[in-house]
Design a protein around this ligand. Structure first.
Ligand code: ASP
Ligand code: MG
Length: 422
């Protein structure tokens, strides 16, 4: 049986018609390798940002339904152009939007999850030898409403399609050459990783590494879809392969460092210290579809029997969060203020190799202390430690941690197999 390869091209890879021609060549090459090819594309260049800007020019709070109507148009343009570019090379291609195929999502605007993908039509088209070009980022509900998956969601569309079609592999073509130990624009001697596990990639994506949409990694992990991140401009470079942790050799406790400047810290002050308060607070936010990341509840003050609950949310959700909290304040008996701080950054170190290896957290804190960086919040998972720091100290923190954990390119090559002395 022929193998199916799903390829995904991001906005920069299809930014103009010359670049679309380049993408058509990459697609055709894969077809010529004897594979069936399904291509997922994002909107051209900064189209989505431009659409968002137009909406905000009209109203600060556009309705989420209309936003989805608007934003889904971006991908409609790129799929048709790419299909034409492939046809112009003499190959049979067809483009589809999410409604035409049935990329079914839950009924939530602006960050819907894919629940099912109909594959009959796709399989039939592949059998007929067609190259299929599909609009990323969008979906449709059972009622026929158009949804989007959240910014950067085309990666998730691609992986979900790969899973539904039982594809051999999903290649994410982008403007970087793979996954790096940290953003190479921030730390120039960051090294490119040949492999990284789903688990680590997931944590890095959540920690602010912008390479992949976090849900795409989650979906890949769940369905065991091998994922490759590679450059559409250097196609001989194989990029980074993302796979199960069981298939990897872990040489270093830390695989990467990331910073996330997209969050804001909210503090609800003087909340009564009694059962049910946190439950009420966070279920209210969940009902509003606001995702919360770090959470800290302070130690209860004996005299007042109150504490403070601090957490972080995406900056885009701040207004929604504050109005939800204002409504809730009385009900939970909070007597203090609601404080918002947008000048923060979450700096994280991630590595499956840190499991059961003591000293990783202390090295992180020592490194930050040496740089005189104040830590405002800390959160950990099995393979990640995140510290919330002031925004203007973020860069310094990332650079120092990258060095402290021996992630610079030369050192990695030299110490292969050896653990840094922690
Ligand atoms: N065009 C959408 C965005 O800019 C989806 C994507 O690029 O993945 O967020
Ligand atoms: Mg993207």
């Amino acid at each position: 049986m022929r193998k199916i390869i799903v390829q995904k091209f991001g906005g920069t890879s299809v930014a103009d018609t010359e670049k679309i021609k380049n993408v058509a060549k990459i697609v055709i090459k894969e077809k010529e390798n004897g594979n069936d090819v399904v291509v997922v594309v994002s909107a051209m260049g900064h189209t989505t940002d431009y659409l968002v800007k137009m909406a905000k020019d009209l109203t600060p709070n556009p309705s989420e339904r209309e936003m989805d109507m608007l934003l889904s148009t971006g991908e409609g343009v790129s799929i048709a152009l790419l299909a034409m570019a492939i046809q112009a090379q003499g190959y049979d291609a067809v483009s589809y939007n999410a409604m035409q195929i049935g990329i079914m999502t839950e009924n939530k605007h602006s960050k819907a999850r894919i629940v099912d993908i109909k594959t009959d039509k796709l399989r039939q088209n592949l059998k007929e030898g067609k190259i299929i070009v599909i609009a990323g980022f969008q979906g449709v509900t059972e009622d026929g409403e158009i949804t989007t998956l959240g910014r950067g969601g085309s990666d998730t569309s691609a992986v979900a399609l790969a899973a539904a079609l039982n594809a051999e592999r999903c290649d994410i073509y982008t403007d970087v050459e793979g996954v790096y130990t940290t953003d190479p624009r921030v730390v120039p001697n960051a090294s490119k990783l040949k492999e990284i596990s789903y688990e680590e990639m997931l944590e890095l994506a959540h920690a602010g590494a912008n390479v992949l949409h976090p849900r795409s990694v989650e979906t890949a992990k769940l369905n065991n879809v091998p994922l490759r991140v590679r450059s559409s401009f250097k196609i001989n470079n194989l990029g980074t392969l993302i796979l199960g942790v069981d298939k990897m050799e872990l040489n270093n406790p830390v695989a990467g460092v990331a910073q996330d400047l997209s969050q804001a810290r909210i503090v609800v002050c003087d909340v009564p210290d009694k059962p049910g308060v946190a439950a009420k607070l966070f279920s209210k936010l969940a009902n509003e579809n606001i995702s919360v990341d770090m959470i800290i509840q302070s130690y209860a003050r004996k005299v007042s029997n109150t504490n403070d609950i601090a957490f972080t949310v995406d900056k885009t959700d701040v207004a929604k969060t504050v109005s939800a909290l204002n409504l809730l304040k009385e009900e939970i008996g909070a007597t203090g203020q609601i404080e918002v701080d947008e000048n923060i950054s979450k700096v994280s170190i991630v590595g499956a190799g840190m499991i059961d290896r003591p000293g990783v957290a202390s090295l992180m804190f020592e490194t930050l202390a040496q740089q005189n960086v104040n830590i405002r919040m800390i959160s950990t998972s099995e393979i990640k430690i995140s510290c919330l720091v002031d925004k203007d100290q973020s860069l310094k923190a990332v650079k120092a941690l990258h060095e402290a954990f021996h992630l610079d390119s030369n050192e990695i090559a030299d110490v292969k197999g050896d653990l840094p002395n922690l």
